[in-house]
Ligand binder design. Structure first.
Ligand code: HEC
Length: 160
């Protein structure tokens, strides 16, 4: 620690802290990611399959239209990584089952379908988006049957 000789201890700690790698950590529950990213993203991507986004009212959103669909799709793909960060909890306090094989598989599906939807949105390919939306919804359902309210009981969420 030669460089820091003579620097007061607190300042030295701050300097060292500032050089550490950024921390990747969860901030919300799985439910919050679902409601914040996956639910709205699915709606944007799904709607684009049925109605040309350029023909829909923008409602003051400057990113409506195809760029909005591309971004929603890529956010779905990114959510896969967020759903795998260790230490995230579900809304019932149960840790998200990030090391379960089926959980990992379904998040991989989200990534692939999200990326394929991104490519389809770039091509403005509504037929492809229709097929991808179906695949996406199947992934949501598969994971929910296994991890969401098993036997209608919220306490059973996320049980490994
Ligand atoms: C890898 C598993 C998994 C996938 C894939 C998944 N979900 Fe979820 N989802 C969950 C779990 C687990 C919860 C409950 C989390 C909690 O309570 O914190 C949940 C909760 C939700 C909720 C809130 C339910 C409620 O009433 O509290 C919504 C909405 C939702 N998911 C939408 C989606 C959509 C849309 C997709 C597909 C694009 C999707 N989810 C894909 C696991 C998944």
């Amino acid at each position: 620690m030669k460089l820091l000789d003579g620097v007061p201890a607190l300042l030295a700690t701050m300097l060292v802290g500032a050089c550490q790698a950024p921390v990747i950590q969860p901030h919300g529950t799985v439910n919050e990611l679902m409601i914040g990213i996956l639910e709205p993203g699915t709606n944007v991507v799904g709607n684009a399959a049925f109605q040309d986004p350029e023909a829909q009212p923008s409602l003051g959103n400057p990113y409506a239209g195809w760029p909005g669909v591309e971004s929603a799709a890529v956010a779905m793909a990114e959510s896969a990584g967020l759903l795998l960060i260790p230490g995230r909890a579900c809304s019932n306090g149960q840790p998200a089952p990030v090391d379960q094989e089926d959980w990992i598989e379904w998040t991989a599906d989200l990534r692939e379908t999200g990326l394929a939807s991104y490519e389809a949105a770039r091509r403005k390919d509504q037929d492809a988006l229709f097929d991808l939306s179906e695949r996406l919804l199947a992934t949501c359902t598969d994971c929910h049957v296994r991890y969401l309210d098993v036997d209608g009981e919220p306490g059973n969420r996320c049980m490994p």
